[in-house]
Each structure stands twice: as C-alpha cells, then as structure tokens.
Design a protein around this ligand. Sequence first.
Ligand SMILES: *[C@@H]1O[C@H](CO)[C@@H](O)[C@H](O)[C@H]1NC(C)=O
Ligand SMILES: *[C@@H]1O[C@H](CO)[C@@H](O)[C@H](O)[C@H]1NC(C)=O
Ligand SMILES: *[C@@H]1O[C@H](CO)[C@@H](O)[C@H](O)[C@H]1NC(C)=O
Length: 313
Amino acid sequence: MANLLDSLLLLLTFFSTLCLAHSPNLREIYRFPNATWVENIAVRPNGNLLVADLSTAELWEIDPSTPGSAHLVYHFDGAEDADGITELSPDIYAVIATNSVWTIDLTSDETAPKATLIAKLPAGALNGIAALDEGNAVALTDSSLGVIWYLNIRTGAYEVIHQDETMAANTDMGLLLGVNGLKVVNDYMYYTDSPKQIFCRVRIDTHTGRALGPYEVISRNTLGDDFVIGPHGVAYLAGLVGNVVLKVYPNGDHEVIAGSANSTDLMTATSTAFGRTYKDRNVLYITTGGESRLPGNDTSIRGGKIMALTVEF
Ligand SMILES: *[C@@H]1O[C@H](CO)[C@@H](O)[C@H](O)[C@H]1NC(C)=O
Ligand SMILES: *[C@@H]1O[C@H](CO)[C@@H](O)[C@H](O)[C@H]1NC(C)=O
Ligand SMILES: *[C@@H]1O[C@H](CO)[C@@H](O)[C@H](O)[C@H]1NC(C)=O
C-alpha cells in the first residue's frame, strides 16, 4: 500500500513537473538588458504595453505583436526608479518615480509625451497605484511605511487614507516591504502585502478612497506583487520570488497557473495585465524583475522581461 501510494505520488509529481516545464501557453515578448528590474505594466488603448523599468527610472513601450523590440517613452530625470503606472483617462497615465507622481499624456504626440510633475510625497517607498474619482485622484501604496496615500491629481494635495495590520511592512523578504500591488475595481480596493503573503480588499468610497467597510483577507499563502482582476472577479497575481502567476478566486481558493519555484520563466514576476485588443483579451502580460531576488546593479544577472500567457476564463 505504502509503495503504491509512493508510486502514485511520484507519478503525480512527474506529471505536474512536466506540465509546468512545458507551459505551452507561455512565451517571451521582450527581455531588457542585464540588471534591469521591470516593475509595472499598463496596456494602452491601442494594445501596446507600457512598462516601468525600475532600475533606469524609465517608461518603455512594447508592441506585443512584434516581439523583440521596445522603445523608450520617457526618462524621469533625477529619479532613481520608476514604479506603478495607472491609466487616468484614455491614454493619460499617472506614474510613480521615486515618491513623485507624474502624469504622462500620450494623446497628442506619442514621440514627445507630455510629462507633468503632480507632487512629491513625504512617503517611504511609493509602489502601487490605482485611479480614484474618475481619474481625478489616485491611491498609492507605500511599501515601507505600510500605508495607502490619496493624491488629488488636480490640486496635488495628498494624505494617508489607509493604515491597517493587513498593509504593515516587515523585513521578512530582505527589505522593508508591506502593502505592494493595488487595484480599484467597482467599489473595492484590492491589495497585496508581499511578506505577509496575503491578498486583501476593502470597500471604499471611489471618490475619496476611504474605507466604507472592514479590511478583508481574501487569501493567505499567496505571495504576490502587483496583479489584475479579470473576468468573474478572479485575480491574477504576479508571484514575485515564488516565480509563478497565481490565480485567486473571490472565495480565496487559489492555484498556480504558470511558472514554478525553480524555473526562470517567471522569475520575480512583478505585475500582470490583460491585452485590450480583440486578439489578445485572453492574453495575460507579465513583467519580471529578472534573475535576481531584489533589484540590483549586477550586470552579470539577466534582466527583467515581458512574458505572455494565454489563459482560459
Ligand atoms: C527546487 O530547488 C530547491 C533548492 O535548490 C530544491 O530543494 C528542490 O528540490 C527543487 N524542486 C524541484 C521541484 O526541483
Ligand atoms: C551597486 O549596488 C551596490 C549595492 O547596492 C552599491 O554599493 C554600489 O554603489 C552600486 N554600484 C553602482 C555602480 O551603482
Ligand atoms: C548577462 O548575463 C548573462 C547571464 O549571467 C551573461 O551570460 C551575459 O554575459 C551577461 N551579458 C552582459 C552584456 O554582461
């Protein structure tokens, strides 16, 4: 009996390894140079991918239908990093660059985007971002203070609007890190706390961003960075140093849908977004930080990339 169980287990392990190793629906779109950490993604209305290169404080654009090429959209002079991106209105984005928030307007001239500094916040480490108030404001995760800020895009006024145990920072992952990824969908704010490995939500007033309900933990043992909420309220979490993408159902059930601990395919996955054209609505684009557990400047370490995963809803 024990032998039979052992053999079954071995067989199961064998097949699951085989499936993961294959990942036939996963392909590379673009790889950045060594020692670059790609942190966040937004998809333009025309279907092109806009990604933030943390290491170089730059915004890059990639047409996913022509893998292997990318072009620089904007360099944030004086910034040390570029982090979260969110769309405020069609083709106008808010982007974090070292605790400053900028708007990048691609509506008039794509070759010379209009960049406007909105505010520099007295924050610890701004990281994730989501639009509030129909794009007139944003919510921002502060990963080292473990709080969420509100910023009014029109006036530049800011204040802390959330501070909770589910957002708190610790050094379990080697750097002071807490609340990380952020999305607002309908009247809920969703967020991850990476070292606590939790995925959470809170009902909010979508104008002020303030809580209208309790802070709820949707799932535990789900290490995640940034994420997207897809059809049926299912979340697709970039699994950071878990090297995977996790699918989390609204009831908290979760499963790995691509990558694996020992594979470099999705090593340090940092964010996800779905395509916006009729051809790629079911394609999940995934950014990665490259083959290092933390952002760094070691040029012998392979850099971050954009991967595409075809998913079934
Ligand atoms: C992954 O790597 C770790 C550490 O090297 C090792 O202990 C583990 O057995 C590996 N897992 C698989 C599935 O190969
Ligand atoms: C590379 O990173 C190390 C450790 O973070 C730092 O001490 C060093 O100054 C950096 N070198 C360059 C060239 O930025
Ligand atoms: C990039 O990293 C890889 C893997 O370590 C290495 O083989 C390659 O030489 C590096 N490339 C450069 C330009 O340093």
